[in-house]
Design a protein around this ligand. Structure first.
Ligand code: GTP
Ligand code: SPV
Ligand code: MN
Length: 656
């Protein structure tokens, strides 16, 4: 039965609730609306948690506008408390959104609608007056592949069409959150309005969420407006009430001019936890451009060498290409220690001494589950079995989880249910867990979380790594000749498509700076911004490119990866110390013979193949990059970047 709307009367600070059957615009006295939520005439509404009176004015009017639009039945102002979280869990249990995982402590399994399992890049837009503010103008008839643009007018139409009454029968949660430690000069605030308790519970893990943040808004801090609804299909039929969504009409919109995000139709990850890709990267990059800093798709790790010297490294790899794994790495090289600051996003700026400093704006890890195991990432395994929401992994008959890579970690007697809820056996030719299934877990639980991970000033960055999945031609590691060359390397990044978005197959895609799906503004201008950083410091971080994913003729990885990647970090740190252990090649500097420390490595590594630079491959690579820059970036490509390409081409032709 649907409840009649509740009427809220504000009298001297006390909320009084009445059942009231109609819209109550008619109830006026002396021509002024007497009865309302915030003083304007809107439908009666029940406040089930929190006190509307306490909301800062700006939040009030944002909420009010969207209550009018979305017409929720109830309002819940989130405080971030344990009691509140318990309420949300009970609601999700009741709705069938999650089920308990009794094998672990406070862990839950969510299964999404199978049509809602990843980010949808084709339905993600940046809304600006001029298209050229959002994406470079493609040339030669090419279709722009550096983001999608929509006009603010069309955005308004989309919002009206999708959001009108979209929360009827639901609760609107008001979620105040901070990206970055509360109070850090580098942090920013958001308010997400959502009708998904799963989103609220996940935001509580992924961000600093609750009353403390609302207090900051009250004290005058600006906030990014984030409106989210899982939606309802236009025929009004919710296929599966445990995971409502509207995949047909899913759309994710950003309006940098107003610091505003609007997301409709999906409950999944980067589509719905709006602090992450939408705020920290897309809107974040536009704020960063204005304010002179960098918002990047990068992990941050601290690494201490055997002599006890500690440095911090940031690394940009595309989605599902190894950031979480590197950020939590257990080094195989004796004497090294890695500590984790963040696994996905870095906000970085040069301080007054010219030192680049980074914070992790997030508070948790939303990590790829498949492939995570005791042998590949023991630190993640020690992190994720408490206080975690798993999404789209398989479950076991003893109340645990399972995914590809955990074969050795479950008893042979347990039965497995796949991510869709069907019985699964190893003989089946389909994966038990969705390839983009995830764990959502608090960062502070990570046993190697860096002592400075919440330092309001951020940690000093000594090196920046770019990398991707390159099965052929690209060596394990090479060093940029200088900053400009490093920016060119970032701009030229390519990688095999993964399950993190809707792309099919393993095609090699251009993914500059691992930011292709996340640029908040024109990539040409983004490159100018990166190039301009050179003037901010005489102590620039060194830039490197790494590739853990090169394969031999039989399709086998040439490099064991994971903890063995410490050998590459060792070479990088020694380069930072100025050691003479690098040889010039046409593409950059690579380790001199016998200078990559392979002592004690178990696998046979074919170094010649791992570092070979096939002439034909690189000629083709230069052609691809040139075509991409011409067609996709066109007139917005900084001259410096095309100069870099010309120099590379000249050097490549010298390969024999
Ligand atoms: P997002 O969260 O989507 O941004 O992904 P990510 O960049 O954090 O990737 P993650 O570390 O979760 O790794 C994705 C997949 O790559 C997992 O299945 C890992 O097991 C695998 N992987 C990570 N590092 C390595 C490596 O060094 N070698 C190989 N062969 N696979 C790796
Ligand atoms: C990515 O795809 O890069 C992720 C996961 O980190 S999501 O939050 O879905 O964007
Ligand atoms: Mn990511």
């Amino acid at each position: 039965m649907k409840m009649k709307p509740l009427l809220v009367i504000l009298t001297k600070g006390n909320l009084i609730f009445h059942r009231f059957p109609t819209e109550f615009g008619a109830l006026t006295k002396n021509g002024r609306p007497k009865v309302s939520v915030f003083g304007k005439q809107i439908r009666g509404i029940g406040v089930v948690h929190g006190d509307l009176q306490d909301l800062p004015e700006k939040v009030k009017s944002y909420v009010e506008d969207n209550v009018k639009l979305c017409k929720p039945d109830k309002l819940h102002i989130c405080d971030g408390s344990d009691a509140e979280n318990q309420k949300l869990i009970n609601i999700m249990l009741e709705q069938g959104t999650i089920k308990p995982l009794p094998k672990y402590e406070n862990c839950w399994l969510a299964r999404t609608n199978p049509a809602d399992t990843a980010r949808v890049e084709s339905k993600t837009f940046i809304c600006t007056e001029k298209k050229s503010e959002t994406i470079p103008t493609p040339k030669n008839g090419a279709v722009g592949a550096l983001g999608n643009w929509m006009s603010p007018n069309d955005m308004d139409l989309v919002v009206k069409e999708r959001f009108n009454s979209c929360m009827t029968g639901r609760t609107m949660y008001i979620v105040p959150f901070s990206m970055g430690p509360i109070g850090s000069p580098l942090s920013k605030i958001g308010i997400e309005l959502t009708d998904s308790p799963y989103v609220v519970a996940s935001m509580r893990i992924m961000t600093r969420m609750g009353s403390k943040v609302m207090k900051q808004v009250k004290d005058g801090q600006a906030f990014v407006k984030c409106l989210h609804s899982v939606g309802t299909p236009s025929n009004g039929i919710v296929e599966d009430p445990s995971w409502p969504c509207d995949p047909q009409r899913t759309i994710i919109l950003h309006k940098p001019e107003n610091n505003e995000i609007v997301s409709y139709g999906s409950g999944y990850g980067g589509n719905s936890l709006l602090g992450k890709k939408c705020f920290a990267l897309r809107i974040g990059s536009t704020i960063a451009k204005k304010e002179g800093w960098l918002a990047e798709h990068m992990l941050i790790l601290g690494i201490t060498n055997p002599k006890g010297k500690k440095r911090y490294i940031a690394a940009a790899f595309p989605s599902a290409c190894g950031k979480t794994n590197l950020a939590m790495m257990t080094p195989s090289l004796p004497g090294y220690k890695v500590e984790c600051v963040g696994d996905d996003i870095a906000w970085m700026r040069f301080d007054k001494n010219g030192q680049l400093r980074a914070i992790n704006p997030e508070n948790g890890f939303f990590g790829v589950a498949p492939g995570t195991s005791r042998s590949s990432n023991p630190i993640a395994m020690d992190t994720i079995f408490r206080n975690t929401i798993f999404t789209n992994v398989a479950s076991t008959s003893d109340g645990g989880v399972y995914w590809e890579g955990m074969e050795k970690e479950i008893g042979s007697d347990v039965a497995i249910t796949d991510w869709r809820g069907n019985p699964w056996s190893r003989q089946k030719n389909i994966p038990a867990a969705h390839p983009n299934s995830r764990f959502c877990t608090p960062a502070e639980q990570c046993p190697i979380i860096d002592p400075a991970w919440e330092d309001p000033e951020g940690v000093p960055i000594s090196a920046i790594l770019f990398g991707g999945r390159r099965p052929a031609g690209v060596p394990l590691v090479y060093e940029a000749r200088d900053w400009k060359h490093g920016v060119f390397i970032g701009a030229s990044m390519r990688s095999e498509a993964t399950a993190a978005a809707e792309h099919k197959g393993k095609v090699i895609m251009h993914d500059p700076f691992a930011m292709r799906p996340f640029f908040g503004y024109n990539f040409g201008n983004y490159l100018d911004h990166w190039l301009s950083m050179e003037n901010k410091s005489s102590n620039l971080p060194k830039i490197f490119h790494v590739n853990w994913f090169r394969k031999d003729a039989n399709g086998k990885f040439l490099w064991p990866g994971f903890g063995e990647n410490s050998r590459v970090l060792d070479w990088i740190l020694r380069r930072l110390d100025g050691e003479n252990i690098a040889d010039e090649t046409p593409i950059g500097l690579i380790p001199k013979k016998n200078c990559l420390n392979l002592k004690g490595i178990e696998e046979n590594v074919n170094l010649d193949e791992l570092f070979s630079l096939p002439r034909d491959f690189w000629l083709q690579e230069v052609k691809e990059i040139e075509k991409y820059f011409n067609e996709q970036v066109g007139d917005d490509l900084p001259k410096e970047i095309s100069n870099q390409l010309d120099s590379l081409r000249k050097r490549i032709t010298k390969i024999n």
